[in-house]
Design a binder for this molecule. Structure first.
Ligand code: ADP
Length: 327
């Protein structure tokens, strides 16, 4: 439907007075990928997204889409579209007119804009609600309308700011699958801001982890999860222990740890917590240097040789499960 294009951020910077919200970040978003900007609140994700969209001015650096510097173009002229967190639907307009709004602004005639609005409503499975007003829709339905409204401009890049945060957990997982389906079908790039690592892992081809206004690590989702480069990424992505050794810090996958009798592993630890999680048991042990290590053991492995609180055990891992971390 659209021409797919790469998006490049070049030393992109945002300052609000003395605050540096985004500090000279550079990243190449490959065309047609689902990318998640992931990081804790305040790390600069939304500012980055808004600069890409053109809803926030660029303090320094540039946004380049399909080889064209769009940094100073108005939002509607960039080839991007944004779906807002609060959907921002017009309450007095019907669903169809909400979706067609930007075409009306662009002077597209009524039959044509209705035709295109109806196509978009079909895409998000909202055809039967075309004549309703937004307050006659559920949260999930309003979100579909907001999506259709953003997509009607045929953007090369769709920008989504915490699009699932207002939904209940059940709907969130359903809409997550829906977003992924839409991205695949349209073949355009989606850039999705979230602070949830599970959401990013479920959706993203590429994850860009941000911390303190900078990109901490970026790459394919599986690589960022399984080979974190910094302690921050290892902790934020979860599923890892960060262990300080005399030679430096390493990240250890919790699910790649095994336990052995005392002195039979690489390290000894004293069991400090045992948490039953159904398919797994999370066993935490206190090791030298007042550090804790969690081993995620299969239910079978744990109950074959159950341990008790306070017991000293050996902890083992394979070399592949350990990743040296940099500062
Ligand atoms: P995130 O989306 O990761 O939560 P933001 O991009 O919203 O982060 O914010 C990054 C930093 O910039 C924060 O310190 C925030 O307080 C600040 N900030 C964001 N918007 C503004 C603004 N309009 N004026 C002043 N400071 C802002």
């Amino acid at each position: 439907m659209s021409i797919v294009s790469d998006l490049e951020l070049v030393s992109l910077t945002k300052r609000y007075g003395q605050t540096v919200a985004v500090d000279a970040i550079s990243h190449h978003f490959r065309a047609g990928t689902y990318a998640c900007l992931l990081g804790p609140s305040g790390c600069g994700k939304s500012s980055t997204l808004r600069m890409i969209a053109g809803h926030e001015s660029v303090s320094d650096g540039s946004v380049v889409l399909a080889g064209r510097d769009v940094s100073h173009l108005p939002p509607a002229k960039r080839g991007t579209a944004m779906m807002f967190q609060n959907y921002a639907l017009f309450p007095h307009l019907t669903v169809r007119d909400n979706v067609a709004f930007s075409l009306r602004m662009a002077g597209v005639d009524k039959p044509e804009r209705h035709k295109r609005a109806d196509e978009m409503l079909e895409l998000v499975e909202m055809t039967q609600y075309a004549a309703r007003k937004p307050d006659q829709l559920s949260g999930g339905q309003q979100q579909r309308v907001a999506l259709a409204r953003a997509l009607i401009t045929r953007p090369q890049v769709l920008l989504l700011d915490e699009p699932l945060s207002a939904l209940d957990p059940f709907l969130r997982i359903r809409m997550r699958a829906e977003l992924k389906r839409l991205q695949r079908e349209l073949g355009i790039s989606f850039i999705h801001v979230t602070h949830g690592q599970d959401e990013a892992l479920a959706l993203a081809d590429d994850i860009i982890v941000m911390n303190n206004a900078r990109i901490e690590q970026a790459g394919p989702a599986r690589e960022v999860f399984s080979a974190p480069r910094t302690a921050f990424v290892a902790r934020f992505m979860g599923g890892h222990n960060v262990l300080s050794l005399p030679q430096g810090q390493i990240a250890l996958r919790s699910d790649a740890m095994s336990i052995a009798p005392a002195q039979g592993g690489r390290l000894d630890g004293k069991v400090s917590n045992i948490e039953y999680q159904g398919t797994h048991v999370a066993l935490t042990a206190q090791v030298a240097g007042d550090q804790e290590i969690t081993a995620l053991l299969s239910d079978e492995a744990f109950f074959a040789a159950p341990t008790e609180l306070g017991q000293v055990i050996g902890l083992n891992w394979s070399d592949q499960a350990a990743h040296p971390l940099s500062e």
